[in-house]
Design a protein around this ligand. Structure first.
Ligand code: 4AD
Ligand code: MG
Length: 462
């Protein structure tokens, strides 16, 4: 017999055919002669209503265990449902309980739990509607990300997770070592890393970009999609210490084309998710973030705003808003500024370009004004920055100067500089924070709820 998932079962006619369902009980309701249980197997947000008649074989022995949370296999007949809310229901003939979940001990009882509480039971939260839906949307989006790039001829490149260089130059890296911390060998008053595992200092990568550039400068269009790590001390609803990043890198590509790809990419993902995860997205619209579907639809069908940093600063200065942080040319935009631009002023995604060089990474191409670089950040309502990217500096001397200026050791970047010595071509790319994307698409408030096991400052519970 073929095992059907509940998603498929719910689309069948109730023609009395015999089927078997495997899953976990979500709710239980009793009336005089029968007990109703709802089964979920993760294939869809919808449950299969199952009717358990007191007359079935082992009713007395199993009824105590037919609780919310129990894992069951049920054989029965699928019939049209007289009740509301479902077309078909299962009349149980035989129920096997694999493991029950005692009502007085199982933490996930019917009432709605807070997301904070659910974070403390990350091993059980995928059994709730919200976290099941997030898992399905995350899965669909990962797949569509590959689809987008694969159908356009981009190669998927696996960049390393352990790295010897700091891509963003922000010094926010986790160190990787096999030294015992209090027994690290010392030479001339400093830790002797020649004795460490790799013979030099090493870190968890903050981005796959630099290695991605190597492959783009040989194979033209590539992308990476992998975990990245940042020891940022930011305890906010949009920062993780471990998150996934999608990073395309394109040779023979300038900042304008880079922006076109970023915009097309986001719209493609939004449209695919609305199509592929219809039920889940309706759930998010109804229960998590009112107006979500309408808003995504609006974004898919309109053009992103593109302005440069200087204009953004002017617009912010002109606004009547009372910002907590100062607005001044040369200072980085704060989340409140990004929100004002995307939510109040333009009411849609905004791409900001040409930031002051002092506040951006060393690899960004310098503009002729010598003050700004060809950066492009995509900002969205509710979240602010979702994508950061740029055209890359291709001039050897300029890049060398920027590396020195940033206080980095150019000996760590000799291979990166080499790309500018041999066959250097214009190239650009960007990084999309995958969890911020999931947050945006689902309307979830906190980034810790869109990754199965969040790692943040002072938080590593699972
Ligand atoms: O703007 P960022 O730092 O850019 C880079 O890392 C470039 N190397 C990307 C490139 O050009 N290939 O990070 C890119 C995106 C941000 O826009 C944000 O969405 C996400 O990564 N991000 C984070 N997401 C969750 N938690 C954090 N701590 C994040 N830091 C960045
Ligand atoms: Mg950034």
């Amino acid at each position: 017999m073929v095992k059907l998932r509940i998603k498929e079962i719910l689309s069948l006619d109730g023609n009395n055919s015999e089927i078997t369902v495997e899953g976990w009980i979500r709710t239980r309701r009793e009336s005089k002669e029968i007990t109703f249980i709802e089964i979920n197997d993760g294939s869809t947000i919808n449950n299969l209503q199952t009717v358990v008649d007191k007359k079935i074989e082992n009713y007395e022995s199993i009824i105590q265990q037919l609780n919310n949370g129990s894992g069951v296999t049920i054989r029965g007949r699928l019939v049209p449902s007289p009740g509301q809310g479902q077309n078909v229901e299962l009349l149980a003939d035989k129920i096997q309980i694999h493991g029950d979940a005692p009502v007085d001990k199982y933490p996930l009882q019917k009432k709605r739990h807070s997301f904070e509480f659910l974070r403390t039971i990350a091993h059980l939260r995928p059994r709730t509607n919200t976290f099941g839906a997030i898992a399905r949307v995350r899965n669909a989006m990962s797949f569509e990300i590959h689809n987008f790039f694969q159908s356009r001829g981009f190669l998927y490149v696996h960049t390393p997770i352990i790295s010897g260089s700091d891509c963003e130059g922000a010094g926010e890296m986790f160190q990787v070592t096999t030294f015992k911390l209090n027994e690290a060998p010392v030479l001339d008053g400093e830790i002797d890393y020649t004795k460490d595992f790799f013979g030099k200092r090493s870190f968890l990568t903050v981005s796959g970009q630099l290695e991605g550039e190597i492959y783009a400068c040989a194979l033209k269009n590539i992308y990476t999609f992998g975990p990245t790590f940042r020891a940022e001390n930011s305890n906010t609803a949009r920062h993780l210490a471990e998150f996934w990043m999608v990073e395309p890198e394109m040779a023979f590509c300038d900042i304008d084309l880079n922006m076109d790809v970023a915009e097309e990419f986001l719209k493609y993902i939004f449209a695919s998710v609305l199509e592929k995860c219809k039920d889940d997205m309706e759930f998010f619209d109804k229960r998590i973030c009112a107006g979500l579907l309408k808003n995504l639809d609006h974004i898919i069908n309109s053009e992103f705003i593109r302005i440069d940093y200087t204009e953004a600063v002017e617009r912010l200065k002109r606004s009547k808003n009372n910002f907590e942080f100062p607005v001044k040319w040369g200072l980085d935009l704060q989340s409140e500024h990004e929100k004002y631009l995307t939510e109040k002023l333009f009411k849609k995604p905004v791409i900001i370009t040409d930031y002051p060089r002092e506040i951006k990474a060393f690899y960004m191409k310098a503009n002729n004004d010598n003050k700004t670089v060809r950066a492009m950040d995509v900002l969205v309502p509710r979240l602010g920055e979702i994508i950061g990217g740029s055209e890359r500096e291709t001039d050897y001397e300029k890049l060398q100067n920027r590396i020195d200026e940033a206080g980095l050791r150019s000996s760590d970047y000799w291979w990166y500089l080499d790309l500018r010595r041999f066959g250097s071509v214009p190239h650009s790319g960007f990084g999309l924070g995958f969890e911020r994307l999931v947050q945006f698409v689902t309307g979830m408030q906190n980034i810790r709820d869109v990754i199965p096991f969040p790692r943040c400052v002072k938080t590593l519970d699972f």
